[in-house]
Design a protein around this ligand. Structure first.
Ligand code: FAD
Length: 314
């Protein structure tokens, strides 16, 4: 429908450098960024985490950045994660996984031509060592479909030493129900989301309704399985279905969790936590917020209209 089209168009034009410069420079960007991003520095991510913990919400922190092709930049991102994990531990926010981290492999080297996978694996391993040291976990974000196989391969390699490393699967991809079957085993942490990138018809459902139906099929597999499902969606129907399926399979509240993004449905996040469910908030921080912002705008037609109108009036 119209909103699926608008979403696709926005993701497409966002790839232009001219559009990128206009958006990054626009004052309105700052207001929208502040809603979805904790700040630029480690201490701001820690402060946001502490605030969310006062309402009993769990946290996963993402250092913004992607498609890094410079080795030194990838290593700086790795070091920022290690600094962040130590800072969380210092304020006693990491223990028992209260706050964990989410890592995009393309931010730690996967996109480097040639040996990108090896660089990303080595950097991700360092982040995992730091996480283990402070008693928490790491989840690998999932990016566009050209990286899915390589990301799942890196997941397998990391899990040999760190069996608690989690992954993200995206229900807009045709392959995902089968990936869910492969990853529904004991000890496996899978974050299920709809998917946020512009993907071709050959690999992904284009219609929102089909993505939702796929989400339900995947939930059934994960909830029936032995792993730890992480239900990442703001869609009230899917949250309800997840709750019902967990009940149907006799799951205890600590055997799965809900996840939502910072700045999206905040009241609902608190309500879900108050009802005794585990609710984890995805908290991004850092100065490279453009790609993240565009994907958040694309998810909501009202956001896009507001944003384009403000850009035009500048
Ligand atoms: P939608 O149908 O998009 O939204 C349902 C309702 O939620 C909307 O009607 C609206 O009320 C509200 N809503 C949704 N988005 C917004 C918004 N931006 N602003 C305001 N209201 C909104 N995608 C990936 O491709 N890879 C990842 O690794 C990844 N990790 C994620 C981690 C977490 C914890 C979460 C919550 C999402 C992640 N995503 C990831 C994004 C995900 O794929 C979706 O793009 C995003 O969650 C929107 O889908 P939805 O399930 O909320 O449903």
């Amino acid at each position: 429908d119209a909103s699926d089209l608008l979403r696709g168009a926005l993701l497409q034009i966002s790839e232009s450098d001219t559009v990128r410069s206009a958006v990054v420079a626009a004052p309105v960007s700052r207001a929208v960024v502040n809603r979805y991003v904790a700040g630029e520095e480690v201490d701001e991510a820690v402060a946001t985490t502490a605030r969310l913990r006062t309402t009993n919400r769990l946290v996963t922190i993402d250092h913004l950045g992607e498609d890094v092709t410079d080795r030194a930049q990838a290593e700086r991102t790795r070091d920022t994660y290690v600094t962040l994990l130590d800072a969380l531990a210092e304020d006693d926010l990491a223990r028992f996984g209260a706050a964990e981290v989410s890592v995009k492999l393309s931010a730690v080297g996967q996109s480097i031509p040639g040996d990108g996978d090896a660089v990303a694996l080595e950097n991700a391993r360092a982040v995992c060592e730091a996480a283990e040291r402070v008693g928490t976990t790491v989840t690998l974000d999932m990016e566009d479909h050209t990286t899915t196989d390589r990301t799942l391969e890196t997941l397998r390699a990391l899990r040999q030493d760190f069996p608690w490393v989690g992954a993200v699967l995206q229900t807009y991809l045709h392959r995902t129900e089968s990936d869910c079957r492969d990853l529904a085993h004991e000890g496996s942490r899978v974050r299920l989301c709809k998917g946020a990138y512009k993907e071709p018809e050959s690999v992904a459902f284009q219609d929102g309704e089909d993505v939702d139906l796929s989400y339900v099929r995947c939930l059934k597999v994960l909830m029936a399985g032995e792993g730890y499902p992480m239900v990442a969606t703001h869609d009230p129907r899917l949250v309800e279905i997840a709750r019902a399926l967990a009940g149907h399979h006799g799951r205890s509240p600590d055997s799965y969790e809900f996840q939502m993004l910072l700045g999206v449905r905040d009241l609902e996040q608190k309500r879900i936590a108050d009802r005794g469910h585990q609710m984890r908030v995805y908290v991004p921080f850092g100065d490279d917020w453009y790609g993240y912002l565009v994907r958040r705008l694309a998810e909501r037609p009202a956001n896009i209209r507001f944003f384009l109108r403000s850009l035009a009036s500048n």
